[in-house]
Design a protein around this ligand. Structure first.
Ligand SMILES: CNc1ncnc2c1ncn2[C@@H]1O[C@H](COP(=O)(O)O)[C@@H](O)[C@H]1O
Length: 345
């Protein structure tokens, strides 16, 4: 159940022959880096916007602007423009019913149909308090949908946003830990949000607490050139199990990452759209492949990037310059590394 995809993944997919297409679809793949509110199918979001505008006539400008942009294909000058898309989306998922609806559609997009995008999904989302729900209710609502599927297919990662205060981040980790201890399907915590925001030295206690509760830790790290070396080393000192992007690591950080064997969540289309990587042949995936370091291939945000996991895998297999020109054996090995890096199951 995947809508039409566009961009580099779609072009790469188009270039494959039918046996390569069958190969990619049949490969058991794990999607370990997908943001809930960044992955709502546009058709569903349009429908939600339509209903929202009928009931909230006065405050629909921000929603309308986001929908038009998302519909036409987002063009980002720089990564920071990306975060402006979310207020419009958030207005549409601010009560339990609409959040439940969005979650159900996102899960179906990845997991349903005769050839699902992935065998296993770790969906992530940031607990958000609104006039209609608390952060705890937010996470419970998402989990209610996640748990409609078998354990072997999907789990939830609770995201901390870099903009959060110490108190709010602490509350989010407490929620994740408490729900896990109650047997709910929370398997990890994430650090995400505007890469320039926040003071990362304040997050030490949160990741220590999460680890103590048996949760996996994944951190967006070095996503932009603006992320300073000391911040990157600080984040690495929290002993993350996995790392999101890891685009701009210096030699010291690279050595640490290789030593710790933290799996890198690679989001090819996302990096190209956000212009943190200029072209596929320059992508840091090459470094990790050369060093046989664990990686996993992910979509990040299928709504703005209009991509799919199958399209991301097509980028691995397609001949250069449309793709990386890897062999089927190399692609199979990457898929296996992804399955091996799951927090859940
Ligand atoms: C492009 N790369 C990225 N880098 C950093 N953070 C990102 C991101 N893509 C998404 N998010 C984070 O995920 C939130 C949306 O999903 P949830 O509301 O949590 O479900 C965004 O607000 C942002 O904080």
């Amino acid at each position: 159940m995947v809508g039409q995809i566009f961009g580099p993944g779609a072009i790469a997919l188009e270039s494959l022959d039918s046996s390569q297409f069958v190969f990619i679809n049949a490969l058991p793949k794990a999607e370990l880096h997908a943001h809930l509110n960044g992955c709502i199918p546009i058709s569903e979001l349009q429908q939600m916007a339509h209903e929202y505008q009928r009931s909230n006539k006065d405050s629909s400008d921000v929603v309308q602007k986001a929908i038009v942009q998302l519909q036409n294909g987002v063009v980002l000058e720089k990564i920071y423009d990306f975060f402006d898309l979310f207020p419009g989306i958030y207005a549409l998922t601010s009560d339990p019913a609409s959040l439940r609806r969005a979650t159900r559609t996102v899960l179906a997009q990845f997991l349903d149909g005769p050839t699902p995008q992935c065998a296993y999904l770790e969906l992530r989302s940031t607990p958000r308090e609104t006039a209609q729900m608390s952060k705890l209710e937010y996470v419970q609502t998402v989990l209610d949908e996640v748990e409609r599927y078998p354990k072997a297919r999907v789990a939830l990662i609770v995201s901390l946003d870099r903009r959060m205060s110490v108190e709010v981040a602490r509350e989010c980790v407490q929620i994740a830990s408490r729900l896990k201890s109650e047997g709910r399907r929370v398997v990890g915590v994430d650090l995400c949000g505007d890469p320039k925001a926040g003071d990362m030295s304040l997050f030490a206690e949160h990741f220590a607490q999460a680890k103590q509760a048996g949760l996996g830790v994944t951190l967006h790290i070095a996503e932009t050139l603006d992320n300073p070396a000391d911040e990157i080393l600080q984040l690495l000192s929290y002993s993350p199990d996995r790392l999101g992007h890891a685009t701009f690591l210096n030699d010291e950080a690279k050595a640490l990452v290789r030593q710790n064997k933290s799996c890198i969540e690679i989001c090819l289309s996302s990096n190209l759209f956000c212009k943190t990587v200029t072209k596929l042949e320059d992508h840091h995936i090459r470094y990790y492949l050369q060093h046989d370091h664990p990686i996993t291939i992910c979509t990040d945000d299928t709504l703005p990037f209009r991509n799919s996991l199958v399209g991301e895998y097509a980028l691995l297999l397609a001949k250069q310059p449309l793709g990386l020109g890897l062999s089927e054996d190399e692609v199979r090995r990457i898929a296996e590394m992804g399955m091996a890096a799951r927090f859940g199951v």
